[in-house]
Design a binder for this molecule. Structure first.
Ligand SMILES: *[C@@H]1O[C@H](CO)[C@@H](O)[C@H](O)[C@H]1NC(C)=O
Ligand SMILES: *[C@@H]1O[C@H](CO)[C@@H](O)[C@H](O)[C@H]1NC(C)=O
Ligand SMILES: *[C@@H]1O[C@H](CO)[C@@H](O)[C@H](O)[C@H]1NC(C)=O
Ligand SMILES: *[C@@H]1O[C@H](CO)[C@@H](O)[C@H](O)[C@H]1NC(C)=O
Length: 477
């Protein structure tokens, strides 16, 4: 009924749009102010934190913990190879530490995009009053082709200062911790940081879940918890790949629901849109990221990059998103290629974009999905997502699709706007209520409405600032 009400008059649309914008502005203003005030108070209060504040996390290449032990080819994917407590403090602002009951890094066996054995790390966070039967998996995106930008590094105080964009997502992990959920965040690009590889990110995520389910002795989690997953944009890309790879790669895993949004179902089309604008910096990171796992692309780059300019493009191997953005945004990436921009769609790179970035080529998802998109998405045209979801629905998937045509929101605005609905939907899955089978598309889900009405996210963001001040993180009412 509310759907009809909202879409029936432009007057309602207009005022609701204004209310939403006001709420969003209010949230940003309050969080900004709170951050300022609490940073000042916290810095003078001398509070004791978990972890060691003097340590700076080393890059994975310089840290033997990340190195795969010999002989992993014969070990089953998802096996725990090594673990330790997170060496430094977990942070929301790269400054203050969260007070958590536990924070672990687990190195586990997985495989790269082309199925070669490898190892990567997941970080498991445990709040006070944790519910050991609830696991939340956050697909945190680093949008970078350097493993020094991976979540396991970025979650810690002392992480690089050019990954602020990534670190901000810790707030979503924080929201889940306040539900009392165990939180797992995998370095899903793998040790080689194969950015933009759907298969790599899905294998690493599914194997991280297998590893966490075997971690009872370390983390205290129940071996058969309810599991939900969340990701938007780069994280939504991962969630959608998990959904279509799980039936074949990890059929034994029972995941109760994946909430995703801002999908990029067609990377080939995406790249064509990103040159010479705000998104240009994705292109070098995608080319270099994929070349780590795809030897033919690596050879193609060696042959096609202008030798004097190659080093500049390869800077993405040693820096994070913000630096990539500063260096490459609005540029014509074609200027690094001997035959210019169009050569990026040569058969070799194109074949790799298709195998790593075209969704809907594998199994029909068996895991229930909650998908949020804005029809005005400026990162990936909505038509690709519509087509993908229609295909999956025709094949029998369970999908609740919030297709936001009420408010003119950009890709980034939608990421904030859709969070309340995604969380409400995941709370139901975590409470053991199964998703209604089949597919439904609506402009506004009742989950979103509930999310706005309780202003849950606002409360969480505020209490996130309290957590910076040293209040222990536990199930929040
Ligand atoms: C980030 O760190 C680098 C090197 O550690 C430093 O040169 C740079 O000024 C820092 N940038 C900001 C914005 O703090
Ligand atoms: C993806 O986009 C490319 C380039 O626009 C197009 O050629 C291709 O057909 C698209 N694939 C799908 C599955 O839509
Ligand atoms: C490049 O390698 C990948 C992985 O082996 C393969 O799927 C793709 O078809 C190859 N491309 C070409 C043009 O041979
Ligand atoms: C949506 O907003 C963008 C950016 O503010 C604007 O360029 C565009 O024209 C708007 N579209 C509609 C349909 O209102």
């Amino acid at each position: 009924m509310i759907d009809t009400l909202l879409s029936s008059t432009s007057l309602v649309k207009c005022s609701l749009n204004q209310i939403t914008i006001l709420i969003m502005m209010f949230i940003s203003a309050i969080s900004f102010l709170a951050l300022q005030i609490w940073s000042i108070v916290a810095s003078s209060a001398g509070i004791e934190w978990n972890g060691d504040s003097k340590l700076i996390p080393p890059n994975p290449a310089d840290d033997p913990f990340y190195k795969a032990p010999p002989g992993i080819a014969s070990i089953k994917p998802g096996t725990i190879l090594r673990h330790r407590q997170v060496p430094t403090k977990i942070t929301l602002n790269n400054k203050d530490g969260l007070k958590l009951k536990g924070a672990w890094q687990i190195l586990y066996r997985t495989q790269n995009s082309v199925g070669e054995p490898s190892a990567t790390v997941t970080t498991v966070l445990v709040p006070y009053q944790a519910k050991d039967e609830n696991l939340f998996v956050l697909n945190m995106f680093s949008d970078a082709a350097y493993n020094g930008c991976s979540p396991s590094i970025n979650l810690q105080v002392g992480a690089r200062n050019d990954s602020v964009f990534t670190q901000a997502q810790t707030m979503i992990a924080y929201s889940a911790l306040t539900e009392g959920w165990y939180v797992s965040i995998a370095d899903d690009e793998g040790f080689n940081a194969a950015f933009s590889s759907g298969p790599q990110q899905a294998y690493a995520t599914l194997d991280s879940v297998r590893a966490v389910l075997q971690s009872e002795d370390i983390t205290g989690i129940d071996p058969e918890p309810r599991i939900t997953m969340y990701g938007y944009s780069g994280g939504g890309f991962v969630g959608s790949w998990v959904a279509e790879i799980q039936p074949d790669y990890a059929p034994e895993l029972k995941i109760d629901g994946i909430a995703i949004g801002g999908l990029v179902p067609n990377m080939t089309a995406g790249l064509a849109l990103y040159n010479k604008n705000d998104r240009s910096s994705f292109i070098p990171a995608t080319l270099i990221g994929l070349s780590k796992d795809y030897k033919n692309l690596s050879m193609w780059l060696d042959e096609n990059l202008i030798p004097e300019k190659a080093a500049e493009l390869r800077k993405v191997e040693s820096q994070c998103f913000d630096s990539n953005y500063n260096m490459f945004h609005s540029q014509d990436i074609g200027k690094y290629l001997k035959r210019g921009w169009d050569s990026i769609f040569d058969p070799v790179p194109r074949s790799v974009f298709e195998v790593t970035g075209t969704s809907g080529q594998r199994a029909t998802p068996k895991i229930p999905l909650y998908v949020s998109e804005t029809v005005q998405d400026d990162v990936s045209p909505i038509a690709f997502t519509d087509a993908l979801l229609k295909k999956w629905c025709d094949e029998g998937a369970t999908i609740l699709y919030e297709r936001n045509d009420l408010f003119n929101m950009s890709h980034s605005q939608e990421s904030m706007y859709s969070l309340g609905g995604a969380f409400t939907w995941m709370q139901d899955r975590q409470a053991g209520k199964p998703a209604s089978p089949g597919c439904r598309t609506t402009s506004l889900t009742s989950e979103s409405l509930k999310g706005f009405v309780t202003l849950k996210m606002l409360g969480k963001i505020l209490s996130g600032q309290l957590a910076n001040y040293g209040i222990p993180v536990s199930g929040w009412k």
